[in-house]
Design a protein around this ligand. Structure first.
Ligand code: DGL
Length: 267
């Protein structure tokens, strides 16, 4: 039986624009789905905030998405996935997908030396969410490193800047030519720094969980028979909590997403 939920939108959220990389992959893989994207641009960054506040923000946004009639919640933010995924799951009957498991799956499939570097915000690294998930899969060497300066560098479009290369060297130089052959980019901003990370670490497998996450979303919708039955391209609605001057530009740079209309939702 086709439930009325089939044509309901998927709710995707992040602390800001970074989650648009996940949005883009979902859109590519599932063109017929409707999507509501929320970016908490007023309160970004989450990465240096307390667990208490990250949980509060996550609940407010989830409740907002539920009130918009979504059929699934995708937490397209590593920090929220690390700190508040279980809380969101416990508070809603809807299926909830985060980015940690998909990232770990991809890393485990690629590492030959069973040695993985995880980089992320302070909150993500301090939560050990990736380490704990990797440990459930077997015996792997894991090193975790917070790289808090990467987020503002990306926001400032310092992608190719020598300051970014220097900071990447400071954070990651010690792992060059080490046993670690795979690195998980455990933050939505970091995929933009792929080139500089590759240059710093030379031969390394770089895992960006956005594609794996989109595959998870598709599989879960299929398993739950919740996928859209429409044969028309789906619509997308974008919400932010504050409209920064450069939001459109950042959205385009992050995800190649051209946004024509943005709605404001304040808490
Ligand atoms: N979205 C966050 C994450 O993936 C990065 C930006 C922030 O600190 O809010 O961890």
């Amino acid at each position: 039986m086709i439930s009325t939920l089939n044509n309901a939108p998927i709710g995707v959220f992040d602390s800001g624009v970074g989650g648009l990389t996940v949005y883009r992959e979902i859109r590519k893989l599932m063109p017929f789905e409707n999507i509501i994207y929320f970016g908490d641009t007023m309160r970004v960054p989450y990465g240096n905030k307390s667990e208490e506040n990250i949980k509060l923000f996550a609940m407010e946004i989830s409740e907002f998405l539920v009130s918009r009639g979504v059929k699934m919640i995708v937490v397209a933010c590593n920090t929220v996935s690390s700190i508040a995924l279980e809380l969101i799951k416990n508070k809603t009957k809807l299926p909830v997908v985060g980015v940690i498991k998909p990232g770990v799956d991809a890393a485990i499939a690629r590492t030959k030396n069973k040695a993985i570097i995880v980089i992320g915000t302070r909150a993500t690294i301090n939560s050990h969410s990736y380490l704990n998930e990797i440990k459930t899969r077997g015996d792997f060497s894991v090193v975790e490193k917070a790289c808090p300066l990467f987020v503002p560098l990306v926001e400032e479009n310092f992608i190719e800047h020598k300051a970014t290369a220097l900071i990447a060297e400071t954070y990651l130089g010690e792992f060059r030519k080490s046993i670690y052959d795979t690195i998980i980019l455990g933050c939505t901003h970091y995929p933009l720094l792929k080139k500089v990370i590759e240059k710093t670490l030379k031969d390394i497998n770089i895992v960006d969980s956005s594609q794996t996450c989109a595959k998870y979303v598709k599989k879960m919708l299929d398993d739950l028979t919740l996928a859209s039955r429409s044969k028309k391209n789906g619509w997308s609605d974008f919400y932010v909590s504050d409209k920064p001057q450069n939001f459109m530009e950042l959205a385009y740079r992050f995800a190649g997403v051209k946004i024509c209309k943005i709605n404001i939702k304040k808490f």
